[in-house]
Design a protein around this ligand. Structure first.
Ligand SMILES: [Zn+2]
Length: 312
């Protein structure tokens, strides 16, 4: 049984790129009779705002998208589903990862890291530091510099993710970092299909690296399918961002854009003929009749670091 999720972050108003991701995920899950979960990634409390949570429900309803698990609305989300209520889940995954002996405390500021490396990759300053610092600190995991994983990109051969450095698992403000929270939720929700934009290729690689350090459900995650789709870009080729207010779904609605127009945009983006599409049912029928050349597949198993270290 396919289990996937819509996982927006409530740090801005949803835009056309989010609509593409949601529609594509919904189409893939519905085509296979799977289960779709709505998960709102609000662990970054400094960026999350209630009006953005409300916007997620408003735009999903407008697009006609349904989900099988997760919050029914903003109040239900706040009462039962906020990531801030799952901190124990994240702490327990952190504890499991700590067993690998590769976690360390880091007191570096973003400025110090940028000064030390031109590419912003963590230079390994605090590697091996196991004594709890008095100063504010994050917790990082040591990643072998040569490690990468090949992941499927839509309609192209598997693509090796870029080097990630020793990334953060637990933040200085005592909250889980995105990579840890996302993996913990995916494991707890038994997700086996992850649909993301190409910009999150490095995140998939980071989460697979963490999963490789775990037994049991961590190994199941290596059997999940990943689908990294191309991004819709703003005029001029820029990546769409939640700070592009004009291109938000809310603003498009105000300017008279209909859901049918969004379905046609998405159809065209997926290489389907947009002309006859006027409803979600018609988009679904067209998608099911000629599925686009998306490659949704698992990571290359030979990239699993635990297998590599056994070979070495
Ligand atoms: Zn450091």
């Amino acid at each position: 049984m396919i289990r996937s999720r819509l996982a927006p972050t409530p740090s801005g108003y949803l835009h056309l790129g989010n609509a593409l991701n949601f529609l594509l995920t919904w189409l893939l899950v519905r085509r296979q009779g799977g289960v779709l979960r709505l998960r709102i990634d609000d662990a970054d409390a400094s960026r999350s705002r209630p009006e953005f949570v409300a916007d997620i429900f408003r735009q999903l309803e407008w697009l006609g998208l349904t989900w099988d698990e997760g919050p029914s609305g903003p109040d239900d989300f706040a009462a039962r589903y906020s990531q801030l209520q799952r901190l124990e889940l994240y702490r327990s995954l952190l504890a499991r990862l700590a067993d690998s002996g590769q976690l360390f405390f880091c007191t570096c500021s973003r400025r110090q890291i940028n000064q030390a490396t031109p590419d912003g990759l963590y230079p390994g300053t605090c590697r091996g530091r196991r004594d709890l610092p008095a100063a504010p600190h994050a917790i990082r995991i040591q990643v072998p510099p040569e490690w990468s994983v090949s992941l499927p990109l839509a309609a192209t051969p598997p693509h090796p993710a870029t080097p990630m450095g020793d990334f953060i698992l637990w933040r200085r403000d005592d909250l889980p970092a995105y990579q840890l929270a996302s993996l913990a939720d995916d494991l707890a929700d038994r997700i086996n299909l992850v649909v993301r934009g190409r910009d999150l290729l490095a995140s998939s690689a980071a989460q697979l690296f963490l999963a490789s350090r775990l037994g049991g459900d961590g190994q199941d995650f290596w059997r999940a399918a990943f689908c990294h789709h191309p991004l819709i870009v703003a005029p001029g080729g820029r990546k769409l961002s939640k700070s592009d207010q004009d291109l938000s779904l809310a603003a498009m609605r105000e300017h008279g854009v209909t859901p049918a127009r969004i379905y046609r945009e998405v159809a065209a983006f997926l290489g389907l003929d947009p002309a006859p599409i006027g409803s979600l049912e018609e988009l679904q029928a067209a998608f099911n009749a000629s599925p686009p050349a998306l490659s949704c597949a698992g990571p290359a198993q030979e990239d699993r670091p635990d297998l590599q270290s056994r070979k070495a």
